[in-house]
Design a protein around this ligand. Structure first.
Ligand code: IPE
Ligand code: IPE
Ligand code: MG
Length: 264
């Protein structure tokens, strides 16, 4: 595995995840159950984001990645997509000041070029404002798709081959990884999906290779400190083996490194 970012190698024995990635699902159903328009659920979802960011900081999580809008969500009714974009604009303006005050560094991942000029500008401004912060890294995945991420990485490498900088045979997983979103951050340790569905929905396909999965029926607007703590507790009880045996893991060590001191 990669030696390029040794500090970003997952620690098989860590009890607290360094990086938590969440699919925030269930806003629409939350609203429908209350006989409210779906948009009311999205609005309530922003409050849940605020709560979760706060808890993540308190629990010593280093990176929190939230799936806000997928590359497939454009398929929704025009009106819902429009309202989501408006909400994104407002939240960026309103929440960023608070994030900055709390020393949070904001990063947006995804195909930003798919958004309006105005929204793109606001995204850049928000990232710039918080770039120097040293606390929690909050990654928001917007117009993001795992397949898009892998495809754009492949395209970057193909360009380097075309330019004669590398040969096709030089390409390995480490080089691919260096072109993917989040390559400079610890890889996700814990994945949480609210809303009851048990699927990845084109989220971080590459990066979740060895992530621990946690699913809850709680709808996103109801997500709170207790749910995060249940997920963290579940994580702390798991043994992450990364292909090794349980015994090897008990003897300690990181995900990468030398293999096979064998008494098999
Ligand atoms: C997640 O909630 C938010 C987005 C995808 C933007 P949903 O809107 O998918 O809520 P449900 O799944 O319909 O309840
Ligand atoms: C995944 O939720 C995307 C986000 C939460 C942003 P969806 O609600 O879009 O997922 P599917 O369509 O049910 O798989
Ligand atoms: Mg959904």
């Amino acid at each position: 595995m990669s030696d390029a970012h040794p500090d970003n190698q997952p620690d098989a024995n860590a009890k607290v995840p360094r990086h938590v990635a969440i699919i925030m699902d269930g806003n629409g159903r939350w609203a429908e159950r209350r006989h409210m328009p779906r948009f009311a659920g999205h609005k309530a979802g922003v409050d849940a984001v605020r709560r979760v960011v706060e808890v993540a900081g308190k629990r010593g999580i280093e990176v929190l990645t939230l799936f806000a809008f997928s590359s497939e969500n454009w398929r929704r009714p025009k009106k819902e997509v429009g309202l989501l974009m408006d909400l994104f604009m407002v939240a960026l303006e309103r929440e960023v000041r608070r994030l900055n005050k709390n020393n949070v560094r904001l990063r947006i991942i995804g195909n930003i070029a798919g958004f309006s000029e105005k929204l793109q500008k606001r995204i850049h401004k928000a990232q710039q404002l918080t770039a120097g912060n040293t606390g929690l890294v909050l990654v928001v995945a917007a117009n993001y798709g795992g397949r898009w991420d892998i495809t754009q990485a492949a395209r970057q490498l193909a360009r380097r081959v075309e330019a004669g900088e590398i040969r096709a045979d030089d390409i390995d997983a480490e080089m691919m990884d260096s072109c993917m979103c989040l390559h400079d951050l610890p890889e996700p340790d814990l994945f949480i999906r609210s809303g009851g569905e048990m699927r990845i929905s084109n989220f971080l396909l590459w990066q979740l290779a060895y992530c621990e999965m946690y699913f809850t029926d709680i709808l996103w607007p109801d997500f709170n400190e207790g749910v995060i703590d249940d997920a963290l507790e579940s994580f702390s009880r798991r043994q992450r083996r990364f292909g090794r045996t349980g015994q090897q893991v008990e003897q300690g060590g990181k995900a990468g490194g030398a293999e096979g001191d064998d008494d098999a």
